[in-house]
Write a protein that binds this ligand. Structure first.
Ligand code: XIL
Length: 800
């Protein structure tokens, strides 16, 4: 209550300028920061142009719709509205899209698609609703506006009860029955334009009835909460003033286990593809930085040193560079503007750049490779590239980077001759990157690599191992992984033997992300983590070289996977229900509670721990070395499930646990920081003897009598899904009720249940009951769901 008042007070604080969208009477605008149309995420949506706080989408052909799936996302329940200001409305035929559920079929655009489009067309307001069952909208209606618009049009789409209502200003234009289009409980914003038109939206806002809290809530996108374990490779490296780095990509960040490992293990990061010419300047003079920005945002949040790769390279070049008709002057100018734009954009943020990549020919005599740059500009293109890079970012260390010239041989001689000659000419070059992409066979010896590094260091260069991987031929085997580990060790030592070798950077983190899978078929990846994200021998080799010791693997106790409420292992859980795991070394720290959990979301990684149920991550609320509390994920089906605990990429053994369709049980925990509860009376007192979370006998006996008629709250787990949200780790936004027949009894009396549904905790059911009028005494409390009884004794005493 207090919180509601506080929030509604805040709502009026932002200076609502005259030109801002206003709420209708009795409603309040949700503060959004940054404003919805000003979110930088719009610039990353193909086709959408963002300028001066407005967003635009034009089409010269047919209808084009674009949803911003990385920008603001809204969780909705109950009444809420979206208000939009359409400017430029003389060109009509533009809509705001509210996408509740994207199409569920990759080939059929409408199947599963749930969305509302509201906007202006032909001088009238338009409301279009798609519900995913047919190839046309289920609602498509136009409404007259007060006057034919020729300036801004403000439209508001409100869900009020079970109706969708369209307003213009405070005037209602019309309403339709809501076919449940926002049933997913969340929406993404997008724009839709008709062919030959351009929609321009200058403002977008969200409102909800004043005084309510939480009908519409902005959900955060990728949290950028980058995990640190405190004992990752990066922590060992930092104390040695050394960089252990990784190349990464958007797809690795989309993989939860890689996302975590990258933040946890590395103190340096290199975007793998997103700074290459074809990514940053796909058309001459048109630059795109969305993908790179996203990576660098991650690296910043992780406190990693960032390395730029690469400004000038003959591969991954857009067609216009390779196929253009250039003169020396025009190509130099294009190269300069490319370097100034790209390196200039990240000026001061990247500690180093690979300025030129792979310029030395593979074939003897290992002179300059013939590329568009060497042919059109001439051999001095490298000098220019380095000078331009210096001009763009004077503080960045400038590297020449290559493969195959890491040991002592003709190619490395070619590299040495190139870079020493450049230095002698006064070209600003600081370092040489040795890629070191090798397999089990065919690599130079570590001794030669050390010799080469030493020679470069003596010539005044800093050296970094920039793209390390050691692939091995399939099939994957412990023996081959052990060989990979040996090579990791020896090349790491070669680098560390020379103080000027400052970084050991690995080209990817988990084998499943490795470029090798497409580039060298028949091999498996040569990285630190395997396809499941679990540490390989190479990881432990590097950890040991860095002075660390291998932590013991987590281990689950026999019969240690239990229902968190009953502590019984049969059944241990059902979809969306709480369960506990008991064991040893399950977490690195004494106790990690999740902050997000209290905000109504449960994470799948907590304190470096993940729990997988049949390979699907469970939601976590507490991890300790001896106990984990988790929620069974979506898709948990009755039968036996394989459970594994993973701690910092190290898995426990797989254990088999029993899942059921339902596993009803009432909690018997102490209401600790409001996180757990037991049968509690209206005054907050516990009626049943709580067990402390860490030991103490679980008696389940009454500790305080209740009066007939008294209201009591029970919490339970395993009563089936509380709503789809509970199996996606969120408190349901709609008041879900039990879908199966259930009853709660005290002794022989069947209780009046005032409420059965979601609680304020993810994965927890709540029941509000009233104590029956029974003679004084202690009675057993039993819940029954679909014929399955709660299985553990809980006793409530009644006293008049
Ligand atoms: C690779 C990327 O990892 C791949 O995703 C991409 O398709 C091709 O390029 N030497 C380099 C890197 O300098 O840029 C290359 O990266 C690997 C070889």
């Amino acid at each position: 209550m207090f919180r509601c008042l506080f929030l509604s007070a805040i709502l009026f604080l932002p200076a609502l300028a005259q030109s801002s969208l206003g709420p209708r009477e009795g409603w309040a605008i949700l503060p959004s920061n940054p404003s919805l149309t000003a979110s930088p995420s719009w610039a990353c949506v193909p086709g959408i142009r963002a300028s001066e706080g407005a967003i635009k989408l034009g089409s010269t052909t047919g209808f084009i719709g674009q949803v911003n799936s990385s920008g603001p996302r809204l969780l909705v329940s109950g009444d809420f509205s979206i208000i939009a200001r359409f400017s430029n409305s003389t060109q009509l035929g533009g809509w705001v899209e509210l996408e509740s559920q994207p199409a569920t079929s990759p080939s059929v655009f409408w199947r599963g698609l749930k969305k509302v489009d509201f906007g202006v067309t032909g001088g009238r307001a338009s409301l279009i609703v798609w519900t995913g069952e047919k190839d046309s909208p289920s609602i498509n209606q136009n409404f007259n506006l007060a006057a034919t618009p020729n300036t801004n049009v403000d439209l508001e789409l409100a869900r009020v009860g079970n109706q969708l209502v369209l307003f213009s200003g405070s005037r209602e234009l019309g309403r339709v029955a809501d076919p449940g289009v926002f049933s997913s409980g969340s929406l993404n914003f997008g724009l839709l334009t008709a062919g030959g038109n351009e929609i321009s939206l200058s403002q977008l806002a969200v409102s909800q009835p004043a005084g309510v809290d939480g009908n519409a809530v902005f959900a955060s996108r990728p949290t950028h909460k980058v995990p640190r374990s405190g004992n990752g490779l990066r922590d060992l490296a930092a104390s040695r003033n050394f960089l252990v780095g990784n190349i990464f990509s958007g797809s690795a960040l989309n993989n939860e286990s890689s996302y975590n490992a990258i933040g946890r293990e590395f103190n340096a990061a290199t975007p793998g593809n997103d700074l290459k010419w074809e990514s940053t300047e796909p058309e001459l003079g048109r630059f795109t930085f969305c993908a790179a920005d996203r990576l660098l945002e991650y690296a910043d949040a992780a406190g990693q040193k960032m390395r730029g790769h690469v400004l000038v390279w003959h591969e991954q070049l857009p067609g216009y560079v390779n196929n253009g008709t250039w003169t020396r002057e025009t190509l130099l100018a294009a190269m300069r503007s490319h370097i100034l734009a790209v390196a200039g954009r990240y000026k001061g943020r990247l500690y180093a750049w690979d300025v030129v990549n792979e310029a030395i020919d593979d074939a003897a005599p290992h002179g300059l490779r013939s590329t568009i740059f060497s042919r059109v500009i001439g051999p001095d293109y490298l000098d220019f590239a380095f000078r331009y890079a210096k001009e763009a970012d004077p503080a960045a260390k400038l590297f020449y980077n290559d493969y195959g010239g890491e040991g002592m041989g003709p190619k490395s001689q070619g590299v040495f001759n190139l870079v020493t000659a450049m230095k002698a000419r006064g070209v600003p070059i600081d370092g040489v990157g040795l890629q070191l992409h090798y397999g089990l066979a065919g690599s130079p010896s570590a001794g030669e690599v050390e010799q080469n590094i030493r020679r470069l260091a003596q010539a005044g260069f800093e050296v970094q191992i920039t793209e390390f991987d050691i692939t091995a031929p399939l099939p994957d085997s412990p023996a081959r992984q052990a060989e990979q580990a040996t090579l990791y060790r020896s090349f790491y030592r070669a680098c560390r033997a020379v103080p000027q070798c400052t970084a050991f950077i690995i080209w990817g983190v988990a084998d499943s992300d490795s470029w090798i899978l497409t580039f060298r078929p028949g091999n498996f990846g040569g990285l630190l983590l395997d396809n499941n994200g679990w540490n390989k021998p190479a990881y432990y080799a590097l950890q040991q070289e860095l002075g660390g010791t291998r932590a013991p693997a987590p281990s689950i106790a026999g019969g240690g996977v239990v229902n968190a409420a009953s502590y019984l292992s049969t059944p241990a859980f059902s979809e969306g229900s709480f369960f506990s795991i008991f064991g040893a070394n399950l977490a690195a720290k004494i106790e990690v509670w999740d902050n997000e959990f209290q905000q109504g979301r449960a994470p799948t990684t907590l304190g470096g721990v993940r729990v997988l149920v049949d390979n699907k991550p469970a939601f976590l609320s507490l991890v300790t070395p001896g106990q984990i509390n988790a929620i069974a994920p979506a898709g948990t089906i009755a039968g036996s499930s394989k459970v594994v605990v993973e701690l910092n990429g190290q898995p426990s053994e797989l254990v088999t646990a029993t899942a059921a369709a339902t596993s009803p049980a009432f909690f018997l925990f102490s209401p600790r920081n409001n996180r757990y509860a037991v049968a509690i009376s209206a005054d907050g007192a516990s009626l049943i003897a709580p067990s402390d979370l860490f030991g103490g006998p679980v008696s389940g006996r009454s500790v305080r009598p209740a009066k007939p008629g008294e209201s009591v709250i029970l919490y339970g787990s395993g009563f089936g899904q509380t709503a789809p949200e509970s199996v996606i780790g969120r408190i349901p936004t709609s008041a879900a009720t039990l879908s199966k027949p259930f009853a709660i009894r005290i002794g022989t009396a069947t209780l009046t249940v005032d409420y059965a549904g979601r609680s304020g905790f993810v994965g927890v059911y709540q029941f509000n009951i009233r104590i029956p009028d029974l003679p004084d005494g202690e009675y057993e409390l039993v819940g029954e769901l679909d014929g399955v009884r709660t299985s553990m004794g809980r006793f409530i005493a009644i006293q008049k």
